[in-house]
Design a protein around this ligand. Structure first.
Ligand SMILES: *Cc1c(COP(=O)(O)O)cnc(C)c1O
Length: 383
């Protein structure tokens, strides 16, 4: 941990997002908070504890490492679902602690049954169907065999869920592809039912699908980006505004990122600033250095592009972003000094740097920008 910068997580903003989402989906739909990628950069342990206090009791992670952090933080008070990787060696821990997990191939199904049998405790699984993303999941033509296997192993396997994931529900241009996926998912479900069994719950929606295709909400929604107060894409946002005939964004950004000025100095006109020649002072300038760089997740592509807020004013990043430092043009700010607060994401007075403005400049998705923010930066929960 270091003190060069701090990530603040707003409990109130998250609560408002969760309240909005619960109202949108209705009481019957379980809301699973997706916290892979260090809770989209928000800080996994800190975030899930806060989300739990905000009433969330279901979390989806990518792998066992993340599941362990959630489990260590909240114990068995919540449901934990692993959507991705479980190493063979970890299967025992997963089953013993009633962690639920996606199963998307025969090998893992057999492994789950075998370990469960040895432990004399059922594995709680979600069968993932391949419906067109072509990443992971059982092909629909193999679903009959899966159903037979689930019947045969019913002492060892609890068939908790049937699920799939959509390939790009955030863009209308994928409408046809996603519609086909929904159809295939329904087909897989009816094949399973024809064997006289059925999953306890069905789920398929991520943030985008939950907004663009309400029928994908089913029994549970897996919500990542929306709960952090960001839209999956401008298209989803505009579609929402049009449908609701409103201009107001109901979501609140949860994250802020702040640092401070470590030094201020003057540079004469004609001098180059930083490495190489990417920035030349065209007049006498005042610059500030910030103890933060690409090693902390502030992308190098923000060189000569990024903006930050200092003393309530917007300032430009000048020169290249270094590994541990940034240089900012503060020529226009009168009383600027060492120790002044610098906002990289967040609000000062009436100006804001949003995550998406930030990621537009660096051509990164919101998702990518957030998850790149270094784990070593302390996360602080604020009201
Ligand atoms: C990441 C992920 C989600 C959540 O996606 P958002 O767009 O952030 O809501 C849902 N399901 C799966 C399988 C995922 O990998």
């Amino acid at each position: 941990m270091h003190k060069n910068s701090v990530i603040e997580i707003s409990q109130k903003a998250h609560k408002e997002n969760i309240d909005f989402l619960r109202k949108t989906y209705g009481k019957k739909v379980i809301l699973s908070s997706v916290v892979k990628g260090n809770a989209y950069g928000h800080g996994l342990a800190e975030f899930v504890k806060m989300a739990f206090d905000n009433g969330v009791n279901h979390f989806s992670v990518f792998d066992v490492e993340e599941a362990k952090i959630v489990f260590d933080t909240l114990k068995s008070t919540v449901t934990i679902l692993i959507m991705g990787f479980v190493a063979d060696d970890d299967m025992q821990w997963v089953i013993q602690n009633k962690i639920e997990f996606f199963v998307f191939e025969r090998y893992r199904l057999a492994k789950a049954a075998k370990v469960a049998k040895k432990l004399k405790q059922k594995a709680i699984i979600h069968i993932e169907v391949e419906t067109g993303m072509n990443r992971t999941g059982f092909e629909v033509k193999t679903i009959a065999k899966v159903a037979q296997y689930l019947i045969k192993e019913k002492e060892n396997i609890r068939f908790k869920g049937l699920c799939t994931h959509y390939a790009g529900a955030e863009s209308i241009s994928n409408y046809y592809r996603v519609s086909k996926q929904i159809e295939l998912f329904n087909k897989a479900e009816s094949i399973i039912k024809s064997f006289g069994i059925q999953p306890e719950i069905r789920h398929s929606a991520c943030s985008a699908a939950s907004m663009m295709f309400p029928e994908t909400r089913m029994d549970l929604v897996r919500i990542g980006i929306l709960q952090y107060g960001l839209w999956p894409s401008p298209e989803v946002f505009v579609t929402f505004l049009n449908a609701k005939k409103t201009k107001n964004d109901p979501l609140q950004r949860v994250i802020s990122w702040k640092s401070e000025i470590m030094s201020v100095k003057r540079v004469k006109s004609g001098e180059f600033i930083g490495y190489g020649t990417s920035f030349m002072a065209k007049e006498h300038m005042k610059i500030a250095t910030i103890p933060l760089g690409y090693s902390h997740g502030y992308s190098r592509s923000l060189s000569n592009q990024g903006r930050v807020l200092i003393n309530g004013q917007r300032c430009m990043v000048i020169g290249t972003v270094n590994m541990n430092m940034l240089t900012i043009d503060v020529s226009e700010i009168e009383h600027v000094k060492k120790g002044d607060e610098v906002t990289l994401i967040g609000t000062q007075k009436n100006l804001s740097i949003t995550v998406s403005s930030f990621s537009d400049f660096s051509n990164q998705l919101n998702y990518e920008l957030l998850t790149r923010i270094s784990k070593t930066i302390p996360r602080k929960i604020i009201q």
